[in-house]
Design a protein around this ligand. Structure first.
Ligand SMILES: *Cc1c(COP(=O)(O)O)cnc(C)c1O
Length: 361
């Protein structure tokens, strides 16, 4: 420790200006707001909320939450209690619903102290919330996804009757498919609702909004489509891309026929070629399955990826862009609608695996 201090005697790290990053995550805030408004229009008379869990699906709560609030959103959904603080810096705590609900008296005390609202998912959670003082909550009822929520048969339990329920909600299992299950879930929720005192009913996620007004109830909860994902074709004309990712070219080099590139020499040059090392890797969410067969882009020119993606770097063929030099920027395709470049990842995974170095730049 002393040695480290002596190496940098007069300035602490905090005093030094941080050099510019080698990665860029560019969030189009106008597109985010436009997507929320488009989903609000498609939700008809229902109110429109926003799923902002997992750091707004990887795009950053500090970047996205103020935009959603300004667009008119008044109901925000996170999964963990640990996500409340960062969101409450931007939106009223009473507007925050915590989907996993309380697991302990400490969770209940935290909810009451800060004002965030638990989603009750089981009779145990209902009893815990009641025993620690009750108050406004939401209730998840499971209509078929078998993940979280009370069973329909538990709806008449005294622990449920004692709750002060604002949003009575359920979650669709197959909204992104034309499945008979969608209507079954909606009709089950409609049938159960009159027996459970509540203020608002909510079912639809992004894909559910595209299923039509019988799925909208009083409040919709889009996530993916806000951030540019298109889970159903009907939404395509309404949703704009939100995220763009760029990385700096660190070095260019010439290699000869027979030379290999990267770990395990997974690529071997058949002829002399010019290659470039780019500052993005799997630690940034550019996972290995997105390597072979894919390309980075420069002004519309595809730069094929060579060999394995490393933790912090990926190597590309500069043949299509002989003018490129170290220090220039290339685009890393993060097209949520292009399953091919995703290497088998869902658009949800493409977004939420965006790495910490990108989120901080
Ligand atoms: C994540 C989530 C949503 C949002 O789903 P999308 O498919 O991203 O629109 C809505 N409701 C619940 C309960 C969720 O967990």
């Amino acid at each position: 420790m002393t040695e480290l201090r002596r190496a940098c005697p007069s300035a602490t790290a905090a005093d030094l200006a941080v050099p510019p990053p080698q990665l860029r995550l560019i969030v189009d805030q106008a597109a985010l707001a436009a997507n929320w408004r488009a989903l609000a229009a498609l939700s008809g008379r229902a109110e429109t909320g926003a799923a902002v869990k997992a750091d707004c699906y990887g795009l950053g709560i500090d970047t996205c939450a103020p935009v959603l609030l300004a667009a008119g959103c008044r109901s925000f959904f996170v999964a963990h209690w640990s996500e409340v603080r960062a969101l409450a810096a931007h939106v009223p705590a009473e507007a925050i619903a915590v989907l996993h609900g309380p697991m302990s008296a400490a969770d209940c005390a935290f909810a009451r102290a800060c004002g965030a609202v638990p989603v009750i998912n089981s009779l145990d959670q209902a009893r815990l919330w009641n025993a620690t003082g009750g108050g406004r909550c939401h209730l998840m009822i499971d209509t078929g996804i078998n993940r979280l929520g009370i069973a329909p048969a538990e709806a008449g339990d005294p622990a449920i009757a004692a709750l002060e329920i604002d949003i009575l909600m359920s979650h669709l299992a197959s909204a992104d498919e034309d499945s008979a299950m969608n209507a079954r879930q909606a009709e089950l929720l409609r049938a159960l609702a009159p027996a459970i005192p509540h203020r608002r009913v909510s079912l639809a996620n992004s894909a559910g909004i595209a299923l039509g007004e019988r799925f909208a109830f009083d409040l919709t909860r889009p996530g993916l489509a806000l951030y540019g994902g298109v889970p159903r074709g009907e939404l395509a004309p309404h949703i704009r891309p939100v995220a763009r990712i760029e990385a700096q070219l660190l070095q260019c080099r010439e290699i000869g026929a027979g030379e290999s590139v990267g770990y395990n020499a997974a690529f071997t040059a058949a002829a002399p070629m010019r290659i470039g090392t780019v500052a993005i890797g799997y630690a940034d969410g550019f996972l290995r399955q997105r390597g072979p067969g894919n390309a980075l882009l420069h002004q519309g020119r595809a730069l094929p990826i060579l060999g394995k993606v490393s933790m912090d770097m990926v190597v590309v063929d500069l043949g299509p862009a002989p003018d490129l030099a170290a220090g220039e920027w290339v685009e890393v395709p993060w097209n949520l609608a292009d399953a091919g470049q995703a290497g088998g990842l869902s658009p949800y995974e493409l977004l939420t695996t965006i790495g910490p170095r990108l989120r901080r730049c």
